[in-house]
Design a protein around this ligand. Sequence first.
Ligand SMILES: [Ca+2]
Length: 609
Amino acid sequence: MTAVNPRTMMIMTTMTRRRRGQSLSSLGRLALLLCLVLISTTSMGRAEVQFDAPPHIVVFMADDLGWNDVGFHGSTQIPTPNIDALAYNGIILNRHYVQPSCTPTRAAFLTGKYPIRMGMQGGSILGGEPRGIPLNVRILPEYLQGLGYDTKLIGKWHVGYHTPQHTPNRRGFDYFLGFYNSYVGYYDYRYSQANMSGFDMHMNDHPAYGTEGSYATDLFTDTALDVITRHDPMRPLYMQISHLAPHAPLDVPYENVFDEEFRHISEPNRRAYAKMVSKLDESLGRVVSSLGDRGMLSNSIILFLTDNGGAPIGKFRNWGSNWPLRGTKYTLYEGGVRGVAAIWSPRLLSKGRVSDQLIHVTDWLPTLYSAAGGDLRDLGPIDGVNQWDVLSIGTGNVRDKILLNIDEVTKTEAAIYQRFKLVRGSLFKGYYDSVEGETGRGRYAPIYNTTKIKNSAVSDAIRQHLGVPVTQESGMWQLQSQATVLCRPNMTNTHYNNRYSLASCNETECLFDLSVDPCETNNIAKSYPRWINELDLYLEKYGNVMVRQLRQSVDYMADPRRWNYTWQPWLSVYDSVYAYPNAAAAIGTFAVCAHMGLVLLIVSLRAFI
Ligand SMILES: [Ca+2]
């Protein structure tokens, strides 16, 4: 871990603001201004760029989806025609960075702040752990409510529920159907933690008893369609569909309609995963169609993203693949934090392209808020930057640095500065640091079916409801080629597949040049001391303001057996959750105090005797 110098939060916040203000160079600002003038001139009188009402915003978040598990990244193993269609007709966000696991990414997305600001840079929240996004931090749906949005969360929450005040309905969502913890069974909606197990599906503040039995992906999709159907299209809608899929467990849909389609996948668990991803893809198609049917698509922004990389090995293994990227969920290598993402909207001026713009998940709060017509000054000091303008026009950059994380407990940290990435530390002696997962290529892989993409529900909806042509098949091939990551040209397969040949960043620090080595195979730290120094200073800046992790012991008062076999808030917001995090700790504290008291008593008595 980097040695840090003491600085005050106020100074750092001021510096961050100042640097954010400076992040767009003078030349960049001039170019951006010229582009905006050009576009506003050339688009005068064009109906498609005139939007009087705020946009509907739909965020479609997958859970633990691997880099290699969408068609537009070059694998044909798992057909994702709807996701591909959205990406090809929108913008493929090919350098979109997230946090390495669920809770930190969701906290960053909702707050626009790096998790280190809130002590949320560590692992995900466990069932019964009294921890969540601090209540003094405003989050995305609250800001959008301020602009008149209806705000709906469907699916996973996982940023705290120990008190009612931490749950979605008290944090800006006017409707919630979903689960509080990291995952549930796809049919029974049960979550287990240690020796505790219970039902975890809720509609607003109440357990959604009776919903179990529907496949979770279908339940969330049907709910989203119901929300769209009931919604007044004249009001702006923010709908976040945070799917459970394709997070473990590998519960596949009962219907076997996809069996033939996945015969080419020999590994049964990988085949199950493929079916789950396929249902996710189908969900996106149904949601986009429904937006079209309701006349909302022509003024929508649809963001598709995963919260972190796939989990091909280890804890919560889902047989996802991040190939050819190195590392998995939990790691700060590209496989963990360079997440699948794409955005589509008629409001984007330059579409049908691959963006290498550096984007961090914290950027969505200011970007979406800005697109919704909000004043960025409302957001106060945040780490995210507004990407909307440069995304829309397709030129420029608003950030050249990303803090990927500093975890003071696992002693891991990483950051990106321009084309360089510094990685320090490793989990479980590097167990997760290799290239894992199937390539999806080879003689058993099916031919890429671009016709299926062209005829997908997403393509149909765009064609039919917007009256515009969709990206043609030749364009899809070209975009897929651009979005496919190629490792170093001189790498051999032996080198590539041998985990021990990769530089270990556990014992030494690693510097990678992502522009020529996106697979992080060649540690160039010794050759570029200046860049090490730059990145070190950058990490140090955040190390100085980092809030230490707020991890809490699991509170056994949360045991679902106490709450009608259901996970739900178990504390009042007025309870001190830090004094006695659980019953065992309370007994332990009492025993220690009693022991010390007894020792003092004996010492005192002996002094008198
Ligand atoms: Ca996740």
